[in-house]
Design a protein around this ligand. Structure first.
Ligand code: AMP
Ligand code: ZN
Length: 331
């Protein structure tokens, strides 16, 4: 028993050290600019070039799907978050937006509270917008009451997401971009789409030198009731992830997650298949920030030194090196 505890302590210490080393490297090379709170970073131009390179690579690999591409802003109507039951399952991760809506007198009170270092929580009110927690969330309301075409619909989306999970591990951000492929249709359409991804995901990551494993997973549902939901989710294999070691070999990091929602999102918006049946949906959450970090962790902090084939896939070959530090501040 004692031995297990000390092994756990060593693992935690090793993990913390690995997280610190990774963050220090990202900062030293100008890839990340830290802020006062954990999980919020500015990004340098080289980091952005790698992230854009992966996005381009992914688009090329999936062009034949003919998915409809949409960009959403980082906020959406609060009513949507409530309708899809996010606060029931993940109240601890949600990002609600509060704002000041008072008059002059309220403003004076706010100023005095600020001056005295007092709480001004009472001076702000919850608004009708929230931060997206997942990139697919803003999609469903846009399909309200629609009948999907034969064979279903595919979407390729990207947006900034927020999750209240402050951490010093750079792979766990509070604000991060997530690309998603979303499939809606008959359960058979969704199954076929999933099978296709199972074959091509591994191959796709191999091309850029990332060796991924595939594991059954569960979402971090809140509370005691959440533990039951997590067990059910694992039993039905509704979520699986493509993982690779970044901060820890014992607990590898998910860089892409497949989520089967059945009619959880299509139900509240009455989205139907071409023959009028209730549609099912599934999404593939592609953690593009974690993929960029995995590339730096695997191939080194300077993309100039990466294998030529990886650089070519990411469209980095032949680009002039930015001026200044390896992270560079060239426009
Ligand atoms: P999920 O919606 O939880 O299935 O997440 C989809 C993907 O987003 C995951 O596979 C991760 O790669 C990425 N992701 C989730 N949470 C974070 C986070 N806090 N910071 C960065 N990437 C994340
Ligand atoms: Zn999703």
């Amino acid at each position: 028993m004692t031995k297990v505890t000390s092994e756990q302590e060593t693992t935690t210490r090793d993990r913390t050290r690995a997280e610190q080393a990774l963050l220090a490297g990202l900062v030293e090379y100008g890839l990340f600019v830290p802020s006062e709170v954990p999980g919020i970073y500015g990004r340098g131009v080289v980091y952005e070039a790698v992230l854009a390179g992966f996005n381009h690579f992914l688009s090329q690999q999936t062009r034949e799907d003919g998915a409809c591409c949409l960009h959403f802003p980082p906020i959406m109507p609060r009513a949507n978050l409530e309708r899809i039951g996010y606060l029931e399952s993940f109240p601890h991760l949600a990002g609600l937006v509060f704002s000041f809506e008072g008059g002059d007198v309220d403003h004076l009170e706010l100023l005095s509270q600020l001056q005295n270092g007092e709480s001004y929580a009472g001076a702000v009110k919850m608004t009708d917008v929230v931060l997206n927690s997942a990139t697919c969330q803003p999609l469903y309301p846009t399909l309200r009451g629609k009948r999907l075409p034969d064979g279903g619909s595919l979407f390729d989306l990207v947006a900034y997401c927020f999750r209240r999970e402050p951490s010093h591990d750079p792979i766990r951000m509070q604000s991060f971009r997530m690309r998603e492929h979303v499939c809606l249709g008959h359960p058979a359409d969704v199954r076929r789409w999933r099978e296709r991804w199972l074959v091509r995901a591994r191959e796709m990551f191999q091309r850029i030198g990332l060796k991924v494993d595939e594991v059954v997973a569960n979402d971090p549902f809140f509370g005691r009731g959440g533990r039951m939901l997590a067990t059910e989710q694992r039993a039905s294999e509704a979520k699986f992830e493509f993982v690779l070691p970044i901060s820890s070999t014992e607990a590898p990091t998910a860089i892409m997650s497949f989520n089967y929602h059945e009619d959880h999102f299509t139900g509240p918006y009455d989205i139907r298949t071409s023959d009028g049946a209730r549609a099912h949906s599934a999404c593939l959450g592609i953690g593009i920030e974690r993929i960029a970090i995995a590339l730096f962790k695997t191939h080194g902090f300077d993309p100039e030194t990466w294998p030529a084939s990886v650089r070519a896939h990411l469209g980095l070959s032949g680009k002039p090196r930015p001026e200044g530090t390896p992270g560079g501040d060239a426009a």
